[in-house]
Design a protein around this ligand. Structure first.
Ligand code: ZN
Length: 377
């Protein structure tokens, strides 16, 4: 009985080990990425920006959900990777899931990882939750999305040779993502950049998965190099000189991947937020119709580089119509004068400005109304 208990105990330990430690960027990188991504968000997203500590705390939750008996297509265990290079001519793989399943079969696609489609699916959930105004659900989904986006930036989550066994680099996965990152985490810092609106999350996911895959060879070569300079033969615990050498060779792209993961994540959060807002703005429009004036959504939107803005005044009024960038700075005053009752049209050309999200604000005596516009070059 004691023997049996011991076996069961070992089995659980093993399961715990597999599900929590192997194959998932280590919890350190996940925490850094989920915590830091908010720094790229515009201040207009303050409500979601302030909860970075929550995103950090939830960063590894998807790993704890893995259930290796779950055989459903989007089972948790297969969401964290894609063995992208197992597909012939993989740079031309269709991005559409149905097409890939049609060519390779459902079970084959599932077992080789569903990471890009998981990212697209989680984006849909996030957009729907933000549209409904369910902030607490949305924040959990934002944390999950952070986990998957981070995994997609770990080169060994994007290759068939994910643990180095086919090249004599067996065990590299956890040496790289857990032990090395834990040792050198204090040298990782994230700098602020600008988010962008992502027109197609699935294409975007494939883009960063291909970039991660392109680093696999350098990573494996670094392992081989570190073994040779440290004299470690691959059995037992590597000496610290092994990790020093592994870091020396991988730190540049590793830091870059973590930086890129934070920007990709922030851009996806921002995209879901913009998409959710546009749906909400259409509903709000109904309320404004009954009021003294009406500012319509610019058309087209998103636009490049010119868009048309239309508004209606029910009485003569001195009005201003201004465009603000995502930080709230005025970048263009389109109208600042007395206008008569009626419908007016103005065009705005954004050619001199970067792609992104802009606010359009119509103000007059006793009213103001703001719309958001998306400029995509
Ligand atoms: Zn993971």
């Amino acid at each position: 009985m004691i023997y049996f208990k011991n076996i069961v105990y070992r089995y659980f330990l093993l399961l715990f080990f597999i599900s929590n430690f192997a194959f998932s960027w280590g919890s350190t990188a996940h925490k850094i990425i989920n915590l830091k991504a908010v720094m790229h968000l515009p201040n207009s997203m303050a409500e979601l920006k302030k909860d970075s500590v929550f995103y950090q705390a939830q960063a590894s939750v998807p790993d704890y959900r893995k259930d290796y008996n779950d055989t459903s297509f989007f089972a948790e265990a297969q969401r964290h990777y894609i063995d992208i290079d197992i597909y012939p001519n993989f740079h031309n793989l269709p991005h559409d899931l149905d097409s890939v399943i049609q060519i390779f079969g459902r079970e084959y696609v599932r077992q080789n990882g569903t990471l890009p489609w998981t990212i697209a699916m989680v984006m849909d959930s996030l957009t729907a939750q933000l549209t409904r105004g369910d902030i607490s659900k949305a924040e959990s989904t934002m944390s999950d999305l952070g986990h998957y986006v981070a995994d997609a930036h770990q080169p060994l989550h994007c290759t068939e040779n994910y643990d180095g066994w086919s090249t004599g680099n067996g065990g590299i996965h956890s040496r790289y993502e857990t032990y090395m990152i834990n040792t050198f985490q204090s040298s990782i810092s994230i700098h602020s950049e600008t988010v962008r609106y992502i027109t197609s999350p699935i294409d975007f996911a494939f883009e960063f998965i291909y970039s991660s895959n392109a680093l696999v060879d350098s990573l494996l070569a670094a392992d081989t190099y570190a073994k040779s300079v440290s004299g470690w033969n691959g059995s037992g615990t590597p000496p610290s000189s092994y990790y020093d050498a592994l870091w020396e060779k991988t730190q540049d792209f590793t830091k870059n991947q973590i930086q890129l993961a934070t920007i990709a994540l922030a851009s996806l959060w921002y995209t879901a937020w913009v998409d959710a807002y546009i749906v909400t703005a259409v509903e709000n429009e109904m309320v404004w119709l009954q009021n003294q004036f009406k500012l319509e959504q610019n058309y087209p939107n998103p636009f490049n580089p010119e868009t048309e803005i239309r508004f209606t005044l029910h009485s003569d009024n001195h009005i201003t119509l201004r465009v603000y960038d995502c930080t709230g700075k005025t970048i263009s005053t389109l109208i600042d004068e007395q206008r008569e009752a009626g419908t007016h049209t103005v065009r705005w050309n954004a050619v001199e400005f970067p792609s992104g999200f802009y606010f359009l604000r119509l103000s007059g005596i006793g009213f103001h109304h703001t719309k958001k516009m998306i400029f995509i070059k």
